[in-house]
Design a protein around this ligand. Structure first.
Ligand SMILES: Nc1ncnc2c1ncn2[C@@H]1O[C@H](COP(=O)(O)OP(=O)(O)OP(=O)(O)O)[C@@H](O)[C@H]1O
Length: 293
C-alpha cells in the first residue's frame, strides 16, 4: 500500500496534506494521531471512499477501489450504521458471501468474540457489542489487508484485550493490518511500526523505540519558583521546553550538560531527570505550538 504526495481537502481544511507512506505485506502498522489529525481521511483514501485531490494512493499496486472490489480488503470504520432487523449471523454471512474466499462465518464470529450474539439483531446491541460485530464484518472476507479505524473505541478493558489477542492472531497469519488509534500504549504494544500523523502530515514513522529516540534522550524538569524561563532553551543540549504550571520541562540530548548549566544558574530546585517516554515523544511531535517554546 502506498501514498505518494496524497492531499485531500475539505473546503479550507487540508485533512490529508501531502502524505507519503508505504506499508509492506505482513506488517502491522498503527496510524497514531490526535482528534482531527487526518487518520480517518487517510483511511478513506486508502479504501477509495474518497479521491485524492493531488498525489496518488495505491493498494496492492492498483487503484484502491479495484483492490477493494477484488475482495482483498476488510475494513472496520467508525461510522458504519447497523442494518436494521438482521441478525449478527445474517449480516456476517451476507458480507462473507460477497468475498471470493471468505472465512467460515463461525470463525469470524469466534475471532470477534461474538459467537453468543449470533442470533441477536444488530440494531439492538450495545456500543461495544456493535464494535465487535464491525470487527467480525471486517474479518468475514478473510482479507489480505485489514483496516481498522479506532477499533477499540467503546470496548471495555476485557473486550479490548480479547480484541488485541484476536488481531495479533490474524496478523500472525501473514496478513497486513493497519489500525488507527489515539492511544500510544496500543500503538506501541500492538504495531510493528507507528506512523504519527498530525494536521494531515506524517510527522514520524518508525518503531516505538525509534520514536522515543527521535523525541530526544531525556527530560530535565525543574521548579521555576516564579523565575522566568528566559535563556533556558539556550542551555547546552536543550532542544525544546514546555511549561506546566510552575515547572519547566526541558527536552535535552545531553542531560549532564543541561543539569550542570542549570546548577550554574542556581536553578535546580525540584530537579528531576527522566528518560523521554513514548508519551513525551508523541507530545513533542504533535503538541500545539503554543505549548512548545
Ligand atoms: N466530510 C468532511 N467534511 C469536512 N471536513 C471534514 C470531513 N471529514 C473530515 N474533515 C476534517 O478533516 C480533518 C481530519 O479529520 P479526520 O476525521 O480525518 O481526523 P481523525 O484523525 O480521524 O480524527 P478522530 O481521531 O477525531 O477521528 C478534521 O479537521 C475534520 O474536521
Amino acid at each position: 500500500m502506498s501514498f505518494t504526495g496524497a492531499v485531500k481537502t475539505y473546503g479550507a481544511v487540508r485533512a490529508v496534506d501531502g502524505v507519503d507512506m508505504r506499508i509492506a505485506q505482513g506488517e502491522t502498522v498503527a496510524l497514531l494521531g490526535r482528534n482531527g489529525a487526518g487518520k480517518s481521511t487517510a483511511i478513506s483514501l486508502l479504501l477509495g471512499l474518497v479521491q485524492a485531490d493531488e498525489g496518488t494512493v495505491e493498494l496492492f499496486g492498483a487503484a484502491p477501489e479495484r483492490s477493494v472490489l477484488a475482495g482483498r480488503v476488510g475494513a472496520m470504520l467508525q461510522d458504519s450504521r447497523a442494518v436494521p432487523r438482521v441478525t449478527v449471523r445474517e449480516l456476517v454471512s451476507f458480507v462473507a458471501g460477497r468475498y471470493p474466499a471468505p472465512m467460515p462465518v463461525a470463525q469470524a464470529l469466534e475471532l470477534a468474540g461474538i459467537t453468543d450474539l449470533a442470533g441477536r439483531r444488530v440494531d439492538r446491541l450495545s456500543g461495544g457489542q456493535t464494535q465487535r460485530v464491525r470487527y467480525a464484518v471486517a474479518l468475514a472476507g478473510n482479507p489480505s489487508l485489514l483496516v481498522l479505524d479506532e477499533p477499540t473505541a467503546a470496548l471495555d478493558v476485557e473486550a479490548r484485550r480479547a480484541f488485541w489477542r484476536s488481531m495479533r492472531e490474524y496478523a500472525g497469519l501473514g496478513r497486513t493490518v493497519l489500525f488507527s488509534t489515539h492511544y500510544l500504549e496500543e500503538a506501541d504494544a500492538h504495531a510493528d511500526r507507528i506512523i504519527v500523523i498530525d494536521r494531515g502530515r506524517v510527522v514520524a514513522d518508525g518503531t516505538g523505540e525509534q520514536l522515543r529516540r527521535a523525541a530526544g534522550g531525556n527530560l530535565v524538569s525543574i521548579d521555576l519558583d516564579g523565575r522566568g524561563t528566559e535563556g533556558l532553551t539556550l542551555l547546552p543540549g536543550v532542544r525544546s521546553m514546555e511549561v506546566r504550571g510552575d515547572r519547566a520541562l526541558l527536552r535535552t540530548d545531553d542531560s549532564d550538560a543541561t543539569v550542570i548549566a542549570l546548577a550554574e544558574l542556581g536553578a535546580i530546585r525540584g530537579l528531576e531527570v527522566a528518560p523521554a517516554s513514548l508519551d513525551d515523544a508523541f507530545l513533542a511531535l504533535t503538541a500545539p505550538e503554543m505549548e512548545i517554546v
